[in-house]
Design a protein around this ligand. Structure first.
Ligand code: ADP
Length: 422
């Protein structure tokens, strides 16, 4: 072993020997075999006679390399943690249950609270969550208790001045402190603002498109009637070819309007008694007339009266059957199974088509989401149908689920409560 900072160590030693004091020196020596340095601690004290003269030195040397390494790792990890905590990129808070017990300056700045508010216990998740986000927040905290982490989700905080801040929040539980978690908060206002302007645009565009289309439709019908009266059969046939695309445009614009109404919470529902069996057969018949490729098979029965919006419920099953046909280009049938229990009615729409990969099954109910496979992409659509379907089903107190096997087909199952008073 060759002394590394030997010169310095010797100087210190000479000094302690000269001043006759006890010493304690940490130093490093190079291990020539391993080529690395190890830390040692040398301690020494003089042994004196009764006159105070030093007779000899008593010394020890300890290998403290392991301890030094731990100290260094701890220092580095503390530095990392404090760099993260002090960064202005992300808001961070430490949670104990619903109480925030610590937070970085960025989070305080985002929410307008002060360090004193934090110390006085005035920062509480429940207190800082608007009522419309409470259920989702509670669900996230249950997720934290069960899985030790929260997958980032969108919510809002109520700031100290009462304004609302859109954020994306995620959290992980601390390993050695079962009740504490560290939460990460990103300001989401820029994205939300962008979404709002997109929604405004869609709302405006769908209104602007609807009026000229209605005029075009009316004019086509008038001309058609006039031509029929004058027995211009060829011209009637030519004109009726425009009716399909007009209907398609009408449906798309209607869906755009529905999406923007749902976003604004303004989609209205009638409350009427609906004969579900009759409605489902009606929808199946209409879709059968439109399809030249598939046979629609209705099995079972749902002899139940529901309270709901007949047109909107019709829209749900029209959409599901239309998707079933659209996404099973090579198949010949689409089946609709009806079943009823004393409390619920279940309607399944089953196709033998492309199927939907597992990781995309939840996402297909999101606004404007379209599956990413090349075969799906080749089929036109805007990703609005299932979003509207899910919303209508939800507003009728029901649920919609999807079961699917890629390359084999998909089954969409809607369950509705038998009678609802609301
Ligand atoms: P669109 O059909 O206009 O794209 P939807 O909201 O109706 O919009 O559907 C969203 C996505 O879900 C579709 O893009 C498609 O990829 C997938 N999907 C819906 N229904 C089916 C189905 N029956 N089979 C396979 N994929 C489907």
């Amino acid at each position: 072993m060759h002394p590394h900072d030997y010169g310095h160590t010797l100087t210190v030693w000479r000094h302690v020997l000269a001043t006759s004091e006890s010493y304690e020196i940490e130093y490093r020596l190079k291990d020539s075999n391993a080529g690395s340095y190890r830390w040692f601690l040398a301690r020494g004290m003089p042994v004196r006679d009764e006159t105070g003269q030093i007779l000899k030195w008593f010394g020890t040397c300890t290998d403290i390399d392991y301890q030094k390494r731990i100290e260094e790792a701890l220092r580095q990890s503390q530095e990392r943690a404090s760099t993260l905590m002090n960064s202005s990129i992300i808001g961070i808070h430490i949670l104990e249950g619903e109480q925030m017990v610590d937070a970085n300056d960025t989070f305080l700045r985002m929410t307008g609270y002060t360090r004193e508010d934090l110390r006085e216990g005035r920062m509480n998740v429940r207190h800082m969550t608007p009522p419309d986000y409470l259920a989702r927040t509670q669900q996230a905290h249950q997720e934290l208790a069960r899985h030790r982490s929260i997958i980032p989700y969108e919510k809002e905080y109520v700031c100290k001045d009462g304004s609302r801040l859109p954020v994306v929040v995620g959290a992980v539980a601390l390993q050695h402190h079962p009740f504490q978690a560290i939460g990460f908060v990103l300001d989401n206002s820029a994205r939300k603002e962008l979404e709002r302007s997109k929604d405004d645009f869609i709302n405006m565009a769908s209104h602007e498109l609807r009026n000229p289309l209605a005029a075009l439709k009316m004019q086509t019908q008038l001309v058609r009637k006039r031509l029929e009266r004058q027995s211009h059969h060829e011209a009637v046939t030519a004109l009726s070819r425009a009716e399909g695309p007009i209907k398609q445009l009408e449906r798309l614009i209607g869906e755009l309007l529905d999406v923007s109404k749902i976003q604004a919470g303004r989609l209205e529902y009638r409350q009427e008694t609906v004969d579900l069996d009759a409605l489902l057969h009606e929808v199946a018949d209409t879709m059968q007339q439109l399809s030249t490729t598939h046979t629609i098979v209705v099995r079972g029965a749902a002899p139940r009266l529901l309270v709901g919006d007949k047109d909107r419920l019709g829209q749900v099953f029209t959409n599901l059957i239309s998707n079933a046909i659209k996404y099973s280009p090579g198949a010949e049938t689409v089946e609709m199974d009806l079943d009823a229990s004393p409390e619920t009615v279940t309607i399944s729409v089953h196709d033998h088509g492309l199927g939907i990969p597992r990781e995309q099954r939840d996402k297909i109910f999101e606004r404007f989401y379209r599956a990413t496979g090349p075969k799906q992409r080749a089929i036109p659509g805007l990703g609005m149908g299932l979003y509207i379907v899910a919303e209508i089903v939800k507003r009728h107190g029901g649920t919609i689920t999807v079961d699917s096997e890629v390359g084999k087909g998909s089954t969409f199952t809607v369950t509705l409560p038998k009678k609802r008073d609301a």
